[in-house]
Design a protein around this ligand. Sequence first.
Ligand code: ZN
Length: 354
Amino acid sequence: MSSAYIKPGESVAPTPLLASDPGLDNQSTMSQHSDDEQDVDEQWMLGFAEPADAHDLLRHRFRSKVGGRPAWLNPEQLPSSALLRCSVSGQPLHFLLQVYAPIDDAPPSAFHRFIFVFISAAGNKLSQPGAVKAFRCQLPRHNPFYSSDPDPAELPKQVQQPPKSDPWNVAEAEAALREGQSPPGLQGMHLYPEYELVVEPEEASLDDLGAAMQHHSVGNGDEGEALDDVSASVMDSVEAQATPAQQQYARFAAKIASAPEQVIRYRFAREVKPLCPGTTSPPGPGAIPACPHCHSARQFEFQVMPQMIHYLGVDADAATSPDWGTIAVYSCPRSCATSEAYTEEHVWVQPPDS
Ligand SMILES: [Zn+2]
């Protein structure tokens, strides 16, 4: 099997870093910074869940990750406890993941940029509004929490004004790690198993290769053409008998075939749509609320694939276990600065097909 899947340490294709990057050895930056602007917009970046040491996922390492506690970029001004509740069940949200995604044309206030995603404990209600929430947090290069040239070998600087309440007690967990101890457990707050999200560019899919080969054989117009016609008509009749849901799923499966373990698909650009396994259509541009702060039309940034559920260590048969077709995050294209440290962005969830 040819695969885009590359394990950490193999470093076949290290993710290029921002020219002004503080020099971190960072494989989990979602957005790719490259010399070729055209490629940046057209390239999907894929995220894969990989085991990692808890120290490597602390906030001053600026890593993308799944599970564990949130590594708050701004460790002092957290989202309010009201915002961190599920709008459907009223229960505290579970932390799902965070992606480190600084962008090329961001304002100086967004030198560091993360999107955090939280999901409801009512895992069978995730497609209802407010059951999954995404928050954008960003900081300028010169900020109170991190050196402008961070040393990833050190532990994060101690927080000067710890938040009054953090459901995950992150400052306490950091203090324990600083002392070389394991972080204390959490009462009444479920933590998913922790993984780093390692990022690789997507290779051409079997779908794209198939289209290219078809184009090539049509161009040649040789004796292979009759055979091509036969197999094409067989394929057409197979397709005609498949239900729309089966056809949609077949397209989805073909697209991910070269890297089936992908858990994140990232491409922050205009008019991009998520890749969906199910038949519920993603929202059109008019159905995505504009940024309430700068009024720019929000755009697709990334999606969480259903493969992610496999890494959450949940009982797939339990009625309230998390389940989704895809979770799509749409965010402000300008990464505008707001009065909040954590700015809520828009989430659309495709329910799993029954
Ligand atoms: Zn905005």
